[in-house]
Design a protein around this ligand. Sequence first.
Ligand code: SF4
Length: 159
Amino acid sequence: MYEKLSRHNTVFDVHQINRERDGFEKSNEAFLDLARKAMVTDVFLTSVNGVSETGVMVNVDGTGNRVAGSLFGHKKVYFVLGVNKIMPTLEEAIYRARNVAAPKNVLRHGYKCGCSLQGGDRCYDCGAPDRICNVLAIYYKKMRNIEMEVILINEDLGY
Ligand code: SF4
């Protein structure tokens, strides 16, 4: 998506940062710079870690840029998610975000947290510096004064 969107738009995508290539300090500075720029774009593209069958969505976040950007600062926010994010209830969507999505994301990043040190089977509510679960956002309805669109794709996508 980054390549396609970049042909005709200015895109700030923190996923383009390569921590292995650039080292932690440089990549962290680049991340914060991109994350700040992405806070004031016209359009914000993101996803969620879980959604109930009644449509209540859930996200956990470590730095807060994803959750913050999903709530305010843009003209339009798109949430793109696969059907694997759907859970019967809000409680199960929260459980999924904390015990499935978060540990998998920790493993993907190579962070040393309670979950990754135990193989990523569930959350251990750790206090690690790399902890990515510092906020839990529950989207009951869309925010006021902003356009929001949920694009549900009939595939298993992401964590
Ligand atoms: S709180 Fe810690 S152990 Fe739990 S999922 Fe987040 S990073 Fe992993």
